[in-house]
Design a protein around this ligand. Sequence first.
Ligand SMILES: Cc1cc2nc3c(=O)[nH]c(=O)nc-3n(C[C@H](O)[C@H](O)[C@H](O)COP(=O)(O)OP(=O)(O)OC[C@H]3O[C@@H](n4cnc5c(N)ncnc54)[C@H](O)[C@@H]3O)c2cc1C
Length: 381
Amino acid sequence: MKMYDVVIVGGGIIGGSIAFDLARRNLRVVVLDRQEFMHEASWAAAGMLSPAPDCPAAIPLVPLGRASLALYPKFVDAVKDASGLRTGFRTGGAIEVICHGEAERELSTLVALHHGLGLACEPLPLDEARKMEPAIGREARAAALLPDECSIEPRALSVAVQAAASSAGATLLSGVEVASLAHDGKKCAGVKTSSGEIYHAKEVVLAAGCWSSQIPGVEPYAPTLPVRGQMAALRHSGAPIRHVLRSERGYLVPRGMESPQTVVVGSTIENAGYEKRITSGGIEKILSAANELAPELANAEITETWCGLRPGTPDQLPILGPVDVDGLVFATGHYRNGILLAPATAKLIGEWITERRVFLDWDPFSPLRFTPANADRSATA
Ligand SMILES: Cc1cc2nc3c(=O)[nH]c(=O)nc-3n(C[C@H](O)[C@H](O)[C@H](O)COP(=O)(O)OP(=O)(O)OC[C@H]3O[C@@H](n4cnc5c(N)ncnc54)[C@H](O)[C@@H]3O)c2cc1C
């Protein structure tokens, strides 16, 4: 009989980081993934570590994002110590460039919004912005510096987290598809695989990204849906870009400081089901945004294009915590922020499973917010 303290469904950055945390707490942990680990959204991500909200719906996420960013330096050190591998973590900030609309008014709104949320953000005169980043183009009308933001190389981080979890004692099994939850009376007591094997556990952590909702019985708690994002990597020989550069239309994330330099550019936000397809319209959109931000990239070589499926949710917030079924815990729906939120998610789930307390208020992210009882209550409130 396969018996563990915890079974984690899904070996992306979320499942892997939770496994690393729980294994260090001396629990017997197994992570099951139906394919190679870290080959879905976590592999596709750009790697911006930005707690700033990208729309009003994301404002409740800011405290969790800030907490996770603060955990990052220790998290990457621990991953590096356990795995011996690099993660490409970089501090140094991001520059937000405004190219359209009433730039000065948008800049004041941006700065005020950030300050109101406790995030550092200062207006950056364009001549200073260009001294810091000569690549910034003539279309720029205003700019702001977000000095605390960081970035990471998601593929390097993913490989390192996987190795770290394994060296801390977690068992990682690829090619094992979870077909359903296994119950013992009302309690969740493990999972059943598509080949009929049962993995018994005291706790099951659901971390299957946008596919979480496809596991029978999970959808009422985790109505995740895929949101496609297309990306491209460019190699250019100009002066290396040092900061993450963002505009209303897209972003650039530098990888390394050597010349020729690789810059990752993105991304689209598409409701295209589970189809992972790169389209000419998608690539045209992200390249034109990149070329507007940094026109010399028009001469860069396109070295790779790819896409991934973000785990979206109806309210754009993650799905974290226990439900009304004992032994079942959720860690999914991280949408556009799963790389940023991995350290805080791992800490929250680790604390909940071992101590039944957590370091910050995670009620806004409870899976129970989607269940009919709560939907009815909010409808009559
Ligand atoms: C283009 C793009 C850019 C992004 N940029 C950023 C960024 O800059 N910063 C940031 O913070 N976030 C970013 N994200 C978001 C981030 O990548 C995701 O939120 C995060 O990777 C989600 O991790 P996950 O482990 O939940 O899901 P995934 O990485 O998708 O992993 C889920 C895993 O579950 C497995 N699985 C599914 N069903 C089953 C089953 N039944 N049985 C067994 N295994 C199963 C899958 O095979 C997969 O390996 C980006 C995403 C995309 C697509």
